[in-house]
Design a protein around this ligand. Structure first.
Ligand code: ADP
Ligand code: MG
Length: 582
């Protein structure tokens, strides 16, 4: 039952000057003329995590196209745009910050450069809702009732009207945003039929402002991407491109198979690969990478010594280890660079990766290569590693797994490569024919080292009882400490090697998804891939809210953003407690 806005004002006045816990009396729903305010969770004190509120506006008031609500791509784009609009409105209408602790702060978990389904704003046929966090005002621990009244009855509704009402949004920016995201989805949908794993539009601006920032580098020194003629493809767009009215877009196609990115140091190789890595997600207009689009099944792989590995069959890459350890069923609490890389590749393929992205900067050299001189010095019988160079072609031919590899330092991959992109002064060139000629003229004396052909990895079955998100009195304790680290129960889970996690709210969703999977999905014979299928089906049907216990009762779900299956699997595989039953 919702009360009206004047009841909220009266309640705020009534509790003025009382101890902070009296704020709990405000919990409930309040009907304004054009929206409803839900106060779901009230913080325990002014310094605690802020209170969780939702503002909901009926769709006939908000005025978004029904067609947008019903199409998943457009819906996510509108939700994302609205969350950003609410964030801008918060900056424009700051609340009175007077008071102790978090008094007067208002936050929304709007995204960064990527457009990802998230819990911050939700669009349904009936309504649109923004989920915000608010610091309820206090002096010391005494409630500032008048300030609370202003915050909840005036500032917050004003912010909601600025962000949720279509009439108050910039219409061109809104439709441009939705069309840009839809164009990206349309490009992604064409990749497969064109035999491509990725596309980089002419004019794309790939470099970032700094190594610590994801915003575009600005200035005259930025060299816009321009495809070599040989790799240029033209794809269709459902919506015109910017002001040009063009319904096609030209750029570089990266074909299925094996693609090498070569070139001198500091010529833009890693920048290109990083853009591909990120382009499994859509980007906001103006990012510079909004028309860099990759297949959603590409997985970045890197060496990650120290990681946990649980019963993974790494023998295609690592034969018998010292002490006769069986690498068909390999576990370790402290992987080496090469074993970690082998395990990450096998795990990714196990759950459906269709392409691998590797950068020499973050690969284990002994995993990637073994040249003729080293073959002569260290006999094969004493080297357990079958280097990646001897498996890369087979991965594609037998398992349909493509590879895009940055390799500036070694030509041993020339034979295997289908496409060689040479970066020079940030400009790509077609070096395929030259690389092939050089490989023929200098065959070298290194010998291929793979023996048995590679086979599809077996499906591993995780044990639910090995996964425990509880700590102390809390049944579920998942603390996100940034995009690449989380406390999961009593464990510190290190996700630095999982480079395609891009948002801390994805990290939180990963933690909750693993907990959910352990409670509801894992069982006898249920493989990691089957678990990820079930999670994805649930995300598709219900969105993200089901992950959060409060949201299951219809309340504010906290900050969540949708992770890919590969990142959920990668996090599960890195849990130090994980046991695999078969
Ligand atoms: P590499 O991997 O070939 O050594 P990087 O990709 O790390 O080179 O790029 C080196 C530097 O050049 C980085 O600081 C990057 O931001 C910058 N850079 C990359 N691409 C461009 C570009 N298209 N225009 C301007 N600067 C670029
Ligand atoms: Mg590099």
């Amino acid at each position: 039952m919702s009360r009206d806005a004047s009841a909220l004002a009266r309640e705020c006045q009534r509790i003025d000057g009382r101890g902070y816990p009296a704020y709990k009396d405000l919990r409930g729903a309040y009907a304004f003329d054009d929206l409803t305010l839900f106060i779901d969770h009230v913080q325990g004190d002014p310094f605690a995590a802020p209170s969780k509120l939702r503002v909901r506006m009926p769709m006939e008031v908000a005025g978004f196209d029904r067609e947008w609500v019903l199409d998943d791509v457009a819906r996510v784009a509108v939700e994302d745009f609205v969350a950003r609009a609410v964030r801008d409105a918060i900056a424009e209408h700051p609340a009175d910050r007077g008071g102790s602790g978090k008094s007067g702060t208002i936050r929304i978990d709007a995204g960064g450069q990527e457009v990802i389904e998230r819990s911050a704003a939700v669009l349904t046929p009936e309504w649109i809702e923004a989920r915000v966090e608010v610091g309820l005002p206090a002096a010391g621990r005494r409630i500032l009732g008048r300030k609370a009244e202003g915050l909840l009855c005036e500032t917050l509704p004003r912010i909601a009207r600025a962000g949720l009402l279509r009439d108050s949004l910039d219409e061109d920016a809104l439709t441009g945003f939705v069309e840009c995201v839809r164009n990206q989805a349309a490009i992604r949908a064409q990749l497969d039929e064109r035999g491509l794993v990725a596309f980089v539009a002419n004019g794309a601006r790939l470099p970032r402002a700094s190594g610590a920032s994801d915003i575009p580098l600005e200035g005259d020194e930025v060299v816009p991407f321009e495809s070599p003629e040989a790799f240029e493809v033209s794809l269709d767009l459902p919506y015109p491109l910017g002001d040009s009215h063009a319904r096609t877009i030209r750029g570089m196609g990266i074909a299925r198979g094996i693609t090498l990115i070569v070139g001198g140091g500091y010529h833009g190789k890693s920048t290109l690969l990083k853009a591909l890595e990120r382009s499994v997600y859509d980007h906001v207009p103006g990012d510079g990478r909004e028309y860099v689009v990759a297949s959603p099944d590409l997985v970045k792989i890197r060496a990650e010594d120290g990681r946990r590995v649980a019963r993974t069959d790494i023998h295609p890459f690592i034969g018998s280890l010292p002490g006769d350890r069986d690498t068909r069923d390999f576990s370790t609490d402290d992987a080496s660079g090469s074993t970690s890389q082998a395990a990450s590749i096998i795990e990714a393929i196990e759950v459906g990766a269709k392409g691998l992205l590797l950068d020499e900067d973050t690969c284990a050299t002994n995993f990637m290569l073994r040249d003729a001189r080293m073959q002569a010095l260290v006999h094969r019988d004493h080297e357990p590693i079958t280097p990646f160079v001897d498996r890369v072609a087979e991965l594609h031919e037998r398992l349909g797994v493509s590879t895009v590899l940055v390799m500036g330092g070694c030509g041993d991959y020339f034979e295997a490569a289908d496409q060689v992109i040479a970066m020079r002064d940030y400009r790509p060139h077609d070096a395929t024919a030259d690389a092939k000629k050089i490989a023929e003229a200098n065959p070298g004396s290194r010998e291929r080292e793979a023996d048995a052909p590679i086979e599809a990895p077996r499906g591993r079955v995780p044990e639910a009882s090995s996964i425990d998100a509880s700590r102390g009195r809390r049944a579920v304790k998942i603390d996100v400490r940034g995009v690449d680290a989380m406390g999961f129960g009593r464990e510190d889970l290190n996700l630095r090697g999982v480079e395609q996690l891009v948002d801390p709210s994805q990290t939180r969703a990963v933690g909750l998804a693993i907990h959910h999977a352990a409670r509801e999905l894992m069982g006898e014979g249920v493989t990691v891939a089957a678990i990820l299928d079930a999670l994805e089906a649930r995300f598709d049907d219900e969105g993200l809210d089901f992950l959060d216990p409060f949201a299951r009762r219809g309340e504010h779900p906290g900050a969540l953003a949708r992770p890919r299956r590969f990142e959920i699997g990668a996090a599960l595989n890195r849990l130090r407690t994980l046991r695999i039953s078969s």
